[in-house]
Design a protein around this ligand. Structure first.
Ligand code: G
Ligand code: G
Ligand code: MN
Ligand code: NA
Length: 254
């Protein structure tokens, strides 16, 4: 109840912030963009993890307003970065299941792009595998709308749900993100390595790019590089940073 009441006021009180975690190309030298990750700083509760408050925001429907704020803020930040960096920087935004079920999401995305001036291909919508599998027909339509807007679509937490790679050819997606659980035990777990390698190979044959998240060690990095993983994200490169700190990383990079 405390969290629910707090969430209702958090937007007015400016208690949310976005952190950004860099996504790099396979050389690990070039920053392609960043994933936006929300944080809530509550006066009494302290820092509340999204794992705690996103489910409550989903149940209460508050996720609709929070999600709109995230989209708008992320687009504004990405526009500012590319003005300073002098090149396109893509921002990834996590879309929740409840948000994805609203037909108004399409308009919210359009407004966020319009208001910020960000070009659509610099916005990447991160949608989980389980969300598209819940109602495949509608999901396919929604993803086609996003594609028509010119935004990128990424399937998040890939490998944890039920979809086969073959099934994915029916969805207009640009990339998929191999779930952290498969990356974690490389190079000790031969099965995880085989799965990761197979996901990359089959995604590429469908002309879908692959992102690996949770990259923490040199051994994981080298394995993913050898297998041709297109983009990398993880603590080995950067923790989630404030918008300003991420900009600092971009300046150093370019
Ligand atoms: O940043 P962290 O690893 O603590 O994120 C925990 C979970 O919260 C992840 O599953 C992540 O996808 C989710 N999350 C982070 N930011 C957002 C957001 O802005 N919107 C939604 N819907 N989920 C988010
Ligand atoms: O579900 P989603 O992929 O959106 O969640 C991203 C979450 O993963 C964030 O909470 C982020 O803080 C976390 N994360 C990012 N990089 C790493 C990493 O290298 N190792 C671990 N353990 N967690 C990470
Ligand atoms: Mn994500
Ligand atoms: Na993920």
């Amino acid at each position: 109840l405390t969290i629910e009441n707090g969430l209702r006021r958090a937007l007015e009180r400016n208690e949310f912030t976005l952190l950004y975690q860099a996504k790099l190309d396979l050389t690990g030298q070039y920053i392609i963009g960043a994933e936006a990750l929300i944080r809530w700083q509550h006066a009494e509760l302290g820092m509340v993890s999204p794992q705690e408050f996103i489910p409550i925001a989903e149940e209460t429907g508050l996720i609709i307003q929070i999600g709109e704020w995230v989209l708008k803020q992320a687009c504004r930040d990405a526009y500012a970065w590319q003005e300073i960096a002098g090149r396109p920087i893509r921002v990834g935004v996590n879309i929740s299941a409840r948000q994805f079920r609203e037909d108004s999401l399409h308009k919210v995305i359009l407004d966020a792009l319009d208001e910020s001036g960000l070009t659509p291909d610099c916005l990447e919508l991160e949608i989980t595998e389980s969300m598209i599998m819940q109602n495949a027909e509608r999901a396919s339509q929604m993803l086609q709308h996003f594609r028509n807007l010119g935004t990128h679509v990424l399937i998040d937490d890939f490998g944890t749900g039920y979809s086969s790679l073959g099934y994915l050819k029916h969805f207009p997606i640009d990339s998929l993100k191999i779930d952290r659980s498969f990356v974690r035990d490389i190079p000790q777990d031969a099965d995880d390595m085989a799965i990761t390698q197979a996901i990359i190979a089959m995604a590429h044959s469908l002309k879908v790019k692959v992102v690996a998240e949770g990259v923490e060690t040199q051994a994981q990095l080298e394995f993913l590089r050898t297998k041709g993983c297109d983009q990398l994200q993880g603590y080995i490169f950067s923790r989630p940073l404030s918008a300003e700190a991420f900009l600092g990383m971009l300046r150093f990079d370019t």
